[in-house]
Design a protein around this ligand. Structure first.
Ligand code: CAO
Length: 533
């Protein structure tokens, strides 16, 4: 027995001419009672118009952007034609499971921790499923947290969790069995085809070798497609957080999105942002660091003149994500100082002349590295990293330096710079910079830095604001030295001045400390005898 129902906008208080911001159904869709049909948004609230009964949508009478008031006809519903999904109540059907999914042969899969780089004994910090849960391909099963990144192990296929083999706090490595999954053969194919890329095994997609400090594997993204069923309050919550609710996996009945699902989604995005491996914005930018909150402006540039599109290099894509994360997440301030390097440069030139035959050459960068090590020893907060509620002080002194290469910026690291002399450091930075330009740096040569120097001195510039390379807390930018008139108390004298730009994470380093550090580095460069004090 079917009955035609005209679904109208119910009593929505004093609101009139409220815009329709989302239409969740189309003619032919089968809906259950209380399913959200359209969403309206006033200046004060977001509200769903729910289905008054189960049935099939016959005609839509509104579209996105239409303005409606109480009594406006939203759609025509043929009630009584909807069939209850044949899923037991204890196992809600995943949102993407087609009602007509053919009965499938099942196979049991042991889901194991995939290749997670060099990490071993990584703790399980979250278990998102329990025995009996139905999962879709790519659904996160457990979350692992190394000292560098948080990563999800996703379901390799759609299926039902049969047995859990790990619990919170367990330490796992590549190959550890996480759970067994009864995968539905036919459904696997259908689901895997819908997910891109479809993994054949459980996989934490490893991030390509990062140029700076993010060698961590990429966490799996949780971004299912399909209709989003969520209550107005959940939609409002998602909207307040800037989350596109259609990207959130619903864990409620019939795949309904719950408050917790939105929270889990945000957590996932934050983890991706923190590890620098967030997916690129759907709207086309890969420099957005995965902060997919605002759509990237989409412009048809060809309309305005001739263009040529070239793919971003791998290095640019990865460093772009790291830079975006660091720019957004670190409350950083840049402090400037001039160092009088007149005597140091004269000394450098003289020593280089003396060593012309041997070919050993001192660079300004080598002196800068030595001066920074000394300053890090004097101000240990600069040699620290934030780790949750702790500040981790490092007792070693590994200094990174930005190297410009044809493919983009890479950041090799001089390890134990406190134990090396300036000749050794100059030779090592030369070798590392060459390797960087040739694309031959090993990942280990870009890891473990405590502090970074970005020297543009060979190019020019006066001052700039470098971006802190997380999890470091400060970076020193250097530009080209220039002769400047300096007042010595009696007269102006020409001095070679080196512009320093120190950016520091204000959560760890306040302005007074940053300025003391800068002044100290400048004093060391002005008179290297101070290095011995
Ligand atoms: N002031 C004046 N001259 C300087 C100088 C300074 N601060 N720093 C270097 N120079 C001079 C050098 O003395 C050298 O001249 P000589 O050959 O006569 O001695 C010349 O400039 C070239 O130096 P260089 O930059 O090639 O070598 P370096 O050891 O100083 O630096 C490296 C090496 C790898 C840091 C550099 O090549 C590089 O890639 N710099 C770019 C870093 C960068 O892109 N930073 C921005 C990151 S944020 O986007």
């Amino acid at each position: 027995m079917s009955q035609i129902i005209e679904v109208k906008v119910p009593d929505i208080g004093d609101y009139k001419d409220v815009p329709v911001i989302e239409v969740m159904v189309k003619p032919g869709d089968v809906v259950q009672a209380e399913d959200a049909l359209v969403t309206l948004e006033s200046d004060k609230a977001t509200m769903d118009v729910p289905a008054p009964a189960a049935g099939t949508v016959k005609e839509l009478r509104v579209k996105v952007g239409d303005k409606v008031s109480e009594g406006t006809l939203v759609l025509v519903l043929e009630a009584g034609t909807a069939e209850k999904p044949a899923t037991p109540a204890s196992q809600p059907a995943p949102a993407q499971t087609p009602a007509t999914a053919p009965a499938a042969a099942t196979s049991v899969i042991e889901v194991k921790v995939p290749d997670i780089g060099d990490y071993k004994d990584v703790p399980v910090i979250e278990v998102m499923v329990k025995v009996g849960d139905a999962v879709k391909a790519e659904d996160p099963l457990v979350t692992l947290e190394s000292d560098k990144a948080t990563m999800d192990v996703p379901a390799p296929a759609a299926g039902v969790v049969q047995a859990l083999r790990v619990q919170l706090g367990d330490k796992v490595s590549e190959g550890s069995v996480i759970l067994t999954l009864a995968a539905a053969g036919t459904a696997v194919t259908a689901m895997a085809a819908a997910a891109a890329p479809a993994p054949s095994q459980a996989s934490v997609s490893p991030a390509p070798a990062a140029p700076s400090t993010s060698p961590a594997p990429a966490p799996a993204a949780t971004a299912p497609a399909g209709k989003a069923h969520a209550s107005p309050s959940v939609r409002k919550f998602a909207r307040e957080l800037g989350v596109d609710v259609s990207k959130v996996a619903g864990s409620g009945p019939k795949g309904r999105i719950l408050h917790d699902d939105v929270q889990r989604f945000v957590k996932g995005v934050m983890a991706q942002v923190a590890s620098g491996t967030a997916p690129t914005a759907s709207s086309g930018t890969s420099l957005g660091g995965g902060l997919d909150l605002l759509p990237w402006p989409k412009v048809d540039f060809a309309k305005f003149g001739e263009i040529e599109a070239r793919p971003l290099s791998r290095i640019k894509k990865i460093s772009g994500q790291n830079l975006s994360r660091n720019w957004v997440m670190i409350p950083a301030v840049t402090y400037h100082e001039d160092a009088d390097i007149t005597d140091l440069e004269a000394f450098r030139i003289q020593v280089n002349k003396e060593n012309e035959r041997s070919g050993a050459k001192l660079t300004m960068l080598a002196f800068l590295i030595k001066a920074c090590v000394k300053a890090l020893q004097k101000f240990p907060e600069f040699n620290a990293s934030i780790d949750g509620d702790n500040l981790v002080y490092k007792k070693y002194f590994h200094i990174a330096f930005a190297a410009d290469t044809p493919n983009g910026l890479v950041v090799p690291v001089v390890k134990n710079a406190d134990q090396k002399g300036v000749f050794e450091i100059a030779a090592e930075t030369g070798e590392l910079a060459k390797k960087a330009r040739d694309g031959k740096l090993a990942p280990t040569e870009m890891q473990g830095a405590c502090f970074t120097i970005s020297s543009l001195g060979g190019i020019g510039g006066t001052y700039f604001a470098p971006i802190v390379n997380a999890p470091e807390v400060a970076i020193l930018g250097v530009n080209k030295s220039a002769m400047k008139p300096v007042w010595d108390g009696k007269e102006f004298v020409p001095r070679l001045m080196l512009p320093l730009s120190l950016t520091a994470d204000h959560r760890v380093i306040d302005g007074a400390l940053a300025t003391r550090f800068n002044v100290y580095v400048a004093q060391l460069l002005a008179d290297m005898r101070r290095m011995m004090l």
